[in-house]
Design a protein around this ligand. Structure first.
Ligand code: SF4
Length: 258
């Protein structure tokens, strides 16, 4: 494993990675094209290089996983196994993986040394959620992504104000991030669930439209932003794994078709 990672780091450090120009070009190339069609082309023609998807196995995650599985069941699926998930999420992950026949689901866990040094009590989320996410999410994902040129994300523009201008392709730390569901609304998500009879996360019906770690996820009241239950009471809306840099003005990326 260490040898594979070392080779991957060497490859990334010695070869040009994706640039913002690549993201802009892809956004224009696929303008107005259907989501499934884009995924099929990108995956079958390996347009993005080595690709993984990152999944929370939350309420809507199965939609993207199902779309991907239609074209490539062996695509690596990275799951941030923070040690703080609801047991229902872990059970749902097991069921989804089995149902879709995903063959390469990887659990990314925090470094034990980081936990001992920085969160020995396991309560860091209660006084420093950014620091907790850094140990349990950001760092493990950064290590895992070293092997990949691009990742596929399930983020959607409607989920919150902070995601309103989400393009289909963007660049983050020199790596492409594809958001195939960027322009999907709630109605389309619901229609996809119905069309393929996809199973629901068991906590959704209890009032959790967006589900992360158990200590940082609360029930959302009617009319609230779907992500209002995440880190409630904190000035924090993302866990730190989404920091894209692709500029949006004048490149068409603000077009709803993206
Ligand atoms: S979501 Fe909460 S428990 Fe999970 S890693 Fe972030 S701060 Fe820690």
């Amino acid at each position: 494993m260490a040898e594979i990672r070392a080779r991957a780091v060497d490859r990334i450090n010695t070869q040009p990675r994706h640039t913002e120009a690549d993201a802009i070009r892809l956004n224009h190339m696929f303008r107005g094209r259907d989501t499934a069609e884009i995924l099929e082309v990108v995956l079958k023609e390996q347009m993005l290089g080595e690709v993984a998807t990152v999944s929370s196995f939350g309420t809507e995650a199965i939609v993207l996983l199902h779309l991907i599985a239609r074209f490539d069941r062996s695509l690596p699926v990275l799951f941030l196994d923070t040690g703080k998930h609801f047991p229902e999420t872990l059970a749902y992950r097991h069921d989804v993986v089995s149902l879709l026949g995903l063959t390469d689901v990887r659990s990314l866990q925090p470094e034990p040394a980081d936990i001992v040094a920085q969160d020995e009590t396991g309560l860091r989320w209660s006084y420093d959620p950014d620091g907790c996410c850094a140990i349990r999410k950001v760092k493990p994902l950064e290590h895992a992504l070293v092997e990949f040129d691009a990742q596929i994300s399930g983020r959607k523009a409607f989920q919150s104000a902070t995601r309103a201008a989400l393009p289909r392709f963007e660049v983050e730390a020199g790596r492409l991030k594809m958001n195939p569901l960027a322009d999907w609304g709630k109605d389309r998500i619901e229609a996809y669930f119905a069309e393929f009879a996809l199973p629901r996360h068991p906590l959704e019906v209890q009032g959790y439209p967006s589900i992360g770690c158990a200590p940082c996820t609360s029930i959302v009241k009617p009319g609230e932003d779907p992500r209002a239950g995440r880190w409630r009471g904190w000035d924090k809306t993302e866990c730190g794994i989404h920091n894209a840099t692709t500029p949006l003005p004048d490149n068409g990326a603000n077009d709803p078709a993206f």
